[in-house]
Design a protein around this ligand. Sequence first.
Ligand code: NAP
Length: 294
Amino acid sequence: MAELTQHAITGTTSLVGLIGWPVRHSLSPTMHNTAFAALGLDFAYVPLPVQPEHVEQALRGLVALNFKGCNVTVPHKQAVMRYMDELSDAARLTGAVNTIHIKDGKFYGYNTDAYGFLQSLLEVNCDPKGMRVAVLGAGGAARAVVYALARHGVGSMVVLNRTAQRAAFLVDDLADAFPDSDLSFEPLTSKALTALNSHIGLVINTTSVGMYPDVDSSPWPDDVPIAPHVTFCDLVYNPLETVFLRQAAAAGVSTIDGVGMLVHQGAFGFEQWTGHEAPIEVMRQACMAKLRGN
Ligand code: NAP
Protein backbone atom coordinates (compact mmCIF):
# COMPACT_ATOMS: atom_id res chain seq x y z
CA MET A 1 0.00 0.00 0.00
CA ALA A 2 2.91 2.38 0.78
CA GLU A 3 3.79 3.01 -2.86
CA LEU A 4 0.18 3.99 -3.64
CA THR A 5 0.11 6.72 -1.01
CA GLN A 6 3.02 8.61 -2.53
CA HIS A 7 2.30 11.03 -5.32
CA ALA A 8 3.93 14.31 -6.11
CA ILE A 9 2.15 17.62 -5.62
CA THR A 10 2.96 19.75 -8.65
CA GLY A 11 2.03 23.15 -10.04
CA THR A 12 -1.12 21.64 -11.56
CA THR A 13 -2.41 19.62 -8.60
CA SER A 14 -6.11 20.10 -7.74
CA LEU A 15 -6.85 20.40 -4.03
CA VAL A 16 -9.63 19.07 -1.82
CA GLY A 17 -9.63 18.69 1.94
CA LEU A 18 -11.43 18.26 5.23
CA ILE A 19 -12.69 21.11 7.38
CA GLY A 20 -13.50 20.36 11.01
CA TRP A 21 -12.19 20.98 14.51
CA PRO A 22 -10.24 18.85 15.16
CA VAL A 23 -9.39 16.86 12.01
CA ARG A 24 -6.21 15.10 12.99
CA HIS A 25 -7.78 11.66 13.59
CA SER A 26 -9.63 11.48 10.26
CA LEU A 27 -9.06 8.59 7.86
CA SER A 28 -10.21 10.68 4.89
CA PRO A 29 -6.78 12.08 3.85
CA THR A 30 -5.34 8.55 3.70
CA MET A 31 -8.41 7.13 1.96
CA HIS A 32 -8.60 9.82 -0.74
CA ASN A 33 -4.88 10.30 -1.38
CA THR A 34 -4.47 6.54 -1.80
CA ALA A 35 -7.38 6.55 -4.26
CA PHE A 36 -5.95 9.51 -6.24
CA ALA A 37 -2.59 7.74 -6.47
CA ALA A 38 -4.21 4.46 -7.53
CA LEU A 39 -5.94 6.19 -10.46
CA GLY A 40 -2.98 8.45 -11.23
CA LEU A 41 -5.09 11.58 -10.63
CA ASP A 42 -3.34 14.91 -10.07
CA PHE A 43 -5.28 15.62 -6.88
CA ALA A 44 -4.32 16.00 -3.21
CA TYR A 45 -6.47 15.88 -0.06
CA VAL A 46 -5.33 18.01 2.86
CA PRO A 47 -6.45 18.39 6.50
CA LEU A 48 -7.91 21.86 7.17
CA PRO A 49 -8.45 22.47 10.90
CA VAL A 50 -10.95 25.35 11.12
CA GLN A 51 -12.09 26.92 14.38
CA PRO A 52 -15.87 27.41 14.64
CA GLU A 53 -15.67 31.21 14.37
CA HIS A 54 -13.78 30.92 11.06
CA VAL A 55 -16.15 28.70 9.07
CA GLU A 56 -17.31 31.40 6.64
CA GLN A 57 -13.77 32.68 6.04
CA ALA A 58 -12.57 29.13 5.47
CA LEU A 59 -15.26 28.46 2.86
CA ARG A 60 -14.55 31.72 1.02
CA GLY A 61 -10.86 30.82 1.19
CA LEU A 62 -11.50 27.49 -0.51
CA VAL A 63 -13.08 29.31 -3.46
CA ALA A 64 -10.25 31.87 -3.56
CA LEU A 65 -7.67 29.07 -3.51
CA ASN A 66 -9.45 27.18 -6.28
CA PHE A 67 -10.25 24.07 -4.21
CA LYS A 68 -12.54 21.56 -5.95
CA GLY A 69 -14.42 20.94 -2.71
CA CYS A 70 -14.09 19.50 0.75
CA ASN A 71 -15.51 17.18 3.33
CA VAL A 72 -17.00 18.69 6.47
CA THR A 73 -16.83 17.11 9.88
CA VAL A 74 -17.77 17.91 13.48
CA PRO A 75 -18.62 20.59 14.55
CA HIS A 76 -19.27 22.35 11.20
CA LYS A 77 -21.81 20.09 9.44
CA GLN A 78 -24.74 22.39 10.27
CA ALA A 79 -22.82 25.68 10.27
CA VAL A 80 -21.77 25.36 6.61
CA MET A 81 -25.34 24.90 5.36
CA ARG A 82 -26.23 28.59 5.20
CA TYR A 83 -23.38 29.24 2.76
CA MET A 84 -24.44 26.58 0.25
CA ASP A 85 -25.85 27.73 -3.11
CA GLU A 86 -27.58 24.36 -3.52
CA LEU A 87 -28.37 21.55 -1.12
CA SER A 88 -29.09 17.93 -1.97
CA ASP A 89 -32.33 16.44 -0.64
CA ALA A 90 -30.34 14.35 1.81
CA ALA A 91 -28.52 17.43 3.15
CA ARG A 92 -31.73 19.43 3.47
CA LEU A 93 -33.72 16.69 5.16
CA THR A 94 -30.97 15.50 7.51
CA GLY A 95 -29.95 19.08 8.33
CA ALA A 96 -26.25 18.43 7.73
CA VAL A 97 -23.64 18.80 4.98
CA ASN A 98 -20.59 16.54 5.02
CA THR A 99 -19.42 17.03 1.42
CA ILE A 100 -19.08 20.20 -0.65
CA HIS A 101 -18.40 20.41 -4.36
CA ILE A 102 -17.20 23.84 -5.56
CA LYS A 103 -18.08 24.55 -9.17
CA ASP A 104 -17.83 27.96 -10.89
CA GLY A 105 -17.45 29.58 -7.47
CA LYS A 106 -20.69 28.02 -6.19
CA PHE A 107 -21.10 25.64 -3.24
CA TYR A 108 -23.06 22.41 -3.74
CA GLY A 109 -23.73 20.76 -0.38
CA TYR A 110 -24.38 17.05 0.08
CA ASN A 111 -24.94 14.64 2.92
CA THR A 112 -23.24 11.52 1.61
CA ASP A 113 -23.66 9.51 4.83
CA ALA A 114 -27.15 8.41 3.77
CA TYR A 115 -25.89 7.14 0.40
CA GLY A 116 -22.81 5.57 2.03
CA PHE A 117 -24.88 3.78 4.64
CA LEU A 118 -27.31 2.25 2.15
CA GLN A 119 -24.47 1.15 -0.15
CA SER A 120 -22.73 -0.53 2.79
CA LEU A 121 -25.81 -2.71 3.30
CA LEU A 122 -26.45 -3.45 -0.36
CA GLU A 123 -22.82 -4.42 -1.06
CA VAL A 124 -23.17 -7.31 1.42
CA ASN A 125 -26.59 -8.29 0.01
CA CYS A 126 -28.53 -6.92 2.97
CA ASP A 127 -31.46 -5.21 1.28
CA PRO A 128 -33.55 -3.51 3.99
CA LYS A 129 -36.57 -2.98 1.70
CA GLY A 130 -39.68 -4.05 3.60
CA MET A 131 -37.72 -4.91 6.80
CA ARG A 132 -38.56 -3.91 10.34
CA VAL A 133 -35.58 -1.94 11.60
CA ALA A 134 -34.39 -0.67 14.98
CA VAL A 135 -32.11 2.38 14.89
CA LEU A 136 -30.16 2.91 18.13
CA GLY A 137 -29.33 6.61 18.56
CA ALA A 138 -30.83 9.86 17.30
CA GLY A 139 -27.83 12.07 16.49
CA GLY A 140 -26.53 13.24 13.11
CA ALA A 141 -25.63 9.76 11.86
CA ALA A 142 -29.07 8.43 12.85
CA ARG A 143 -30.73 11.15 10.76
CA ALA A 144 -28.75 10.03 7.70
CA VAL A 145 -29.61 6.37 8.37
CA VAL A 146 -33.33 7.01 8.89
CA TYR A 147 -33.45 9.20 5.76
CA ALA A 148 -31.69 6.53 3.68
CA LEU A 149 -33.93 3.73 4.94
CA ALA A 150 -37.16 5.71 4.60
CA ARG A 151 -36.24 6.63 1.04
CA HIS A 152 -35.34 3.04 0.23
CA GLY A 153 -38.68 1.78 1.54
CA VAL A 154 -38.12 -0.17 4.74
CA GLY A 155 -41.20 -1.77 6.27
CA SER A 156 -41.01 0.15 9.54
CA MET A 157 -38.48 1.85 11.77
CA VAL A 158 -38.20 2.41 15.49
CA VAL A 159 -35.65 4.97 16.67
CA LEU A 160 -34.44 4.27 20.21
CA ASN A 161 -32.36 6.87 22.04
CA ARG A 162 -31.05 7.50 25.55
CA THR A 163 -32.64 10.94 25.32
CA ALA A 164 -36.08 9.93 24.02
CA GLN A 165 -37.01 13.53 23.21
CA ARG A 166 -34.24 13.70 20.61
CA ALA A 167 -35.62 10.54 18.95
CA ALA A 168 -39.06 12.15 18.97
CA PHE A 169 -37.72 15.23 17.15
CA LEU A 170 -35.95 13.09 14.57
CA VAL A 171 -39.07 11.04 13.85
CA ASP A 172 -41.18 14.17 13.71
CA ASP A 173 -38.84 15.89 11.25
CA LEU A 174 -38.54 12.95 8.87
CA ALA A 175 -42.15 11.77 9.12
CA ASP A 176 -43.18 14.95 7.29
CA ALA A 177 -40.88 14.12 4.37
CA PHE A 178 -41.89 10.45 4.29
CA PRO A 179 -45.58 10.40 5.24
CA ASP A 180 -45.96 6.78 4.11
CA SER A 181 -43.17 5.54 6.37
CA ASP A 182 -43.99 3.71 9.57
CA LEU A 183 -41.70 5.64 11.94
CA SER A 184 -41.81 5.59 15.72
CA PHE A 185 -39.52 6.17 18.70
CA GLU A 186 -38.81 4.63 22.10
CA PRO A 187 -36.35 5.24 24.91
CA LEU A 188 -33.20 3.11 24.54
CA THR A 189 -33.96 0.67 27.37
CA SER A 190 -33.89 -3.11 27.87
CA LYS A 191 -37.67 -3.05 28.22
CA ALA A 192 -38.24 -1.35 24.87
CA LEU A 193 -35.72 -3.57 23.07
CA THR A 194 -37.19 -6.74 24.58
CA ALA A 195 -40.67 -5.75 23.38
CA LEU A 196 -39.43 -5.17 19.82
CA ASN A 197 -36.86 -7.91 19.66
CA SER A 198 -38.60 -10.79 17.93
CA HIS A 199 -40.04 -8.62 15.10
CA ILE A 200 -36.82 -6.94 14.02
CA GLY A 201 -34.69 -7.87 11.00
CA LEU A 202 -31.97 -5.24 11.30
CA VAL A 203 -30.50 -3.38 14.30
CA ILE A 204 -28.24 -0.42 13.56
CA ASN A 205 -26.01 1.21 16.15
CA THR A 206 -25.71 4.89 15.27
CA THR A 207 -24.68 5.91 18.79
CA SER A 208 -21.06 6.64 19.62
CA VAL A 209 -21.15 3.93 22.30
CA GLY A 210 -18.26 1.51 21.71
CA MET A 211 -16.18 4.01 19.75
CA TYR A 212 -12.52 4.44 20.73
CA PRO A 213 -11.61 5.06 23.55
CA ASP A 214 -14.95 3.72 24.95
CA VAL A 215 -14.15 0.30 23.46
CA ASP A 216 -15.65 -1.89 26.23
CA SER A 217 -19.20 -0.52 25.94
CA SER A 218 -22.18 -1.54 23.83
CA PRO A 219 -25.60 0.07 23.33
CA TRP A 220 -27.17 -3.43 23.35
CA PRO A 221 -27.95 -4.43 26.96
CA ASP A 222 -26.61 -7.82 28.08
CA ASP A 223 -30.00 -8.79 29.48
CA VAL A 224 -31.76 -8.62 26.08
CA PRO A 225 -31.32 -11.82 24.05
CA ILE A 226 -30.39 -11.46 20.40
CA ALA A 227 -33.05 -12.98 18.16
CA PRO A 228 -32.02 -15.43 15.44
CA HIS A 229 -32.03 -14.12 11.82
CA VAL A 230 -31.44 -10.50 12.86
CA THR A 231 -28.50 -8.53 11.37
CA PHE A 232 -26.46 -6.17 13.56
CA CYS A 233 -24.87 -3.19 11.83
CA ASP A 234 -22.50 -0.81 13.63
CA LEU A 235 -21.61 2.62 12.25
CA VAL A 236 -18.65 2.76 14.61
CA TYR A 237 -15.52 1.65 12.72
CA ASN A 238 -12.84 2.32 15.32
CA PRO A 239 -12.40 -0.34 16.62
CA LEU A 240 -13.29 -2.47 13.61
CA GLU A 241 -14.82 -5.10 15.87
CA THR A 242 -16.93 -3.39 18.50
CA VAL A 243 -18.47 -5.08 21.55
CA PHE A 244 -21.87 -4.63 19.82
CA LEU A 245 -20.66 -6.68 16.83
CA ARG A 246 -18.97 -9.22 19.12
CA GLN A 247 -22.27 -9.75 20.97
CA ALA A 248 -23.97 -10.40 17.62
CA ALA A 249 -21.24 -12.76 16.40
CA ALA A 250 -21.42 -14.69 19.68
CA ALA A 251 -25.18 -15.09 19.13
CA GLY A 252 -24.47 -16.42 15.62
CA VAL A 253 -26.17 -13.60 13.68
CA SER A 254 -24.81 -11.57 10.73
CA THR A 255 -22.80 -8.40 11.29
CA ILE A 256 -21.89 -5.34 9.19
CA ASP A 257 -19.16 -2.96 10.36
CA GLY A 258 -18.86 0.80 9.74
CA VAL A 259 -16.02 0.74 7.19
CA GLY A 260 -18.33 0.18 4.22
CA MET A 261 -20.30 3.32 5.06
CA LEU A 262 -17.09 5.33 5.52
CA VAL A 263 -15.76 4.22 2.15
CA HIS A 264 -19.00 4.70 0.20
CA GLN A 265 -19.72 8.14 1.68
CA GLY A 266 -16.19 9.10 0.64
CA ALA A 267 -16.64 7.61 -2.81
CA PHE A 268 -19.55 9.95 -3.51
CA GLY A 269 -17.39 13.04 -2.88
CA PHE A 270 -14.47 11.55 -4.81
CA GLU A 271 -16.69 11.12 -7.88
CA GLN A 272 -18.10 14.66 -7.61
CA TRP A 273 -14.65 16.24 -7.34
CA THR A 274 -12.77 14.16 -9.90
CA GLY A 275 -15.42 12.95 -12.34
CA HIS A 276 -13.89 9.46 -12.03
CA GLU A 277 -15.41 6.30 -10.61
CA ALA A 278 -14.04 5.78 -7.09
CA PRO A 279 -11.75 2.76 -6.54
CA ILE A 280 -13.83 1.35 -3.69
CA GLU A 281 -11.58 -1.59 -2.82
CA VAL A 282 -8.44 0.58 -2.79
CA MET A 283 -10.19 3.01 -0.45
CA ARG A 284 -11.41 0.21 1.79
CA GLN A 285 -7.93 -1.35 2.05
CA ALA A 286 -6.40 2.05 2.87
CA CYS A 287 -8.89 2.54 5.73
CA MET A 288 -8.50 -1.02 7.03
CA ALA A 289 -4.70 -0.73 7.01
CA LYS A 290 -4.88 2.50 8.98
CA LEU A 291 -7.41 1.06 11.45
CA ARG A 292 -5.27 -2.02 11.97
CA GLY A 293 -2.32 0.27 12.63
CA ASN A 294 -0.33 -0.81 9.55
P1 NAP B 1 -23.93 12.59 17.65
O1 NAP B 1 -24.74 13.45 16.75
O2 NAP B 1 -23.10 13.22 18.72
O3 NAP B 1 -24.92 11.53 18.34
C1 NAP B 1 -24.46 10.64 19.32
C2 NAP B 1 -25.53 9.62 19.65
O4 NAP B 1 -24.96 8.67 20.57
C3 NAP B 1 -26.78 10.20 20.32
O5 NAP B 1 -27.91 9.45 19.96
C4 NAP B 1 -26.45 9.98 21.81
O6 NAP B 1 -27.58 9.89 22.64
C5 NAP B 1 -25.78 8.64 21.74
N1 NAP B 1 -24.96 8.35 22.91
C6 NAP B 1 -23.76 8.91 23.22
N2 NAP B 1 -23.29 8.40 24.37
C7 NAP B 1 -24.21 7.51 24.80
C8 NAP B 1 -24.29 6.64 25.93
N3 NAP B 1 -23.32 6.59 26.85
N4 NAP B 1 -25.38 5.82 26.03
C9 NAP B 1 -26.36 5.85 25.11
N5 NAP B 1 -26.34 6.65 24.02
C10 NAP B 1 -25.27 7.47 23.87
O7 NAP B 1 -22.91 11.69 16.82
P2 NAP B 1 -23.08 11.18 15.29
O8 NAP B 1 -22.47 12.17 14.39
O9 NAP B 1 -24.50 10.78 15.11
O10 NAP B 1 -22.10 9.90 15.28
C11 NAP B 1 -22.45 8.72 16.00
C12 NAP B 1 -21.47 7.60 15.67
O11 NAP B 1 -21.58 7.26 14.29
C13 NAP B 1 -20.00 7.97 15.90
O12 NAP B 1 -19.36 6.87 16.51
C14 NAP B 1 -19.45 8.18 14.51
O13 NAP B 1 -18.07 7.87 14.40
C15 NAP B 1 -20.28 7.16 13.72
N6 NAP B 1 -20.37 7.52 12.30
C16 NAP B 1 -19.84 6.63 11.41
C17 NAP B 1 -19.90 6.91 10.05
C18 NAP B 1 -19.32 5.93 9.08
O14 NAP B 1 -19.03 6.34 7.96
N7 NAP B 1 -19.20 4.66 9.44
C19 NAP B 1 -20.50 8.10 9.61
C20 NAP B 1 -21.05 8.99 10.55
C21 NAP B 1 -20.96 8.68 11.90
P3 NAP B 1 -28.18 11.23 23.37
O15 NAP B 1 -29.01 11.93 22.31
O16 NAP B 1 -28.97 10.68 24.49
O17 NAP B 1 -26.98 12.05 23.81
